[in-house]
Design a protein around this ligand. Structure first.
Ligand SMILES: [Zn+2]
Length: 150
């Protein structure tokens, strides 16, 4: 499978999340062509402060040896926030493929500054998903990115 196909797994997770009433951000952690964990933002579903798409994918992948993280790619529908970036740096993930960064620019520079390869697909599908969500649920979105409600 190629990057677009793995990203589509993250997109599918995002869509499931939205159908659950949650925030449509999904992620998948992949090593050696195998999906170790696919997750989605579960702030609403679980009342969670920390289960963003990427951290949820890491949680679902469970404990992995350092060598596995070192050859893993994180696929995520949206540019990763500082929390998820920190988790990925902690575990030594070396490559991050991002669906889009037009609706939210995360800590991509921080990833790059640590030698992580960052690939931005600029997927129209991902942009549309977030644009629709932000228009429908502005308060929920502000909460997710730690901004005061406008
Ligand atoms: Zn995050």
């Amino acid at each position: 499978m190629n990057d677009l196909e793995f990203l589509s797994i993250a997109v599918e997770q995002a869509r499931v999340g939205r159908s659950e009433g949650g925030i449509p951000i999904g992620a998948a952690l992949v090593a050696d062509g195998v999906v170790l964990g696919a997750g989605r933002n579960r702030r609403v579903q679980e009342g969670s402060a920390i289960h963003h798409g990427e951290t949820n994918a890491l949680e679902i992948a469970g404990r992995q040896p350092a060598e596995v993280y070192g050859r893993s790619t994180m696929y995520t529908t949206l540019s990763p926030c500082h929390m998820c970036t920190g988790a990925m740096l902690l575990y030594g993930i070396k490559r991050v493929v991002i669906g889009e960064n037009r609706t939210f620019m995360g800590a991509e520079d921080l990833l790059r500054s640590h030698g992580v390869e960052v690939v931005v697909i600029d997927s129209e599908e991902c942009v549309q998903m977030m644009t629709d969500f932000i228009a429908a649920e502005p308060s929920l979105w502000n909460e997710d990115i730690g901004e005061p409600d406008a």
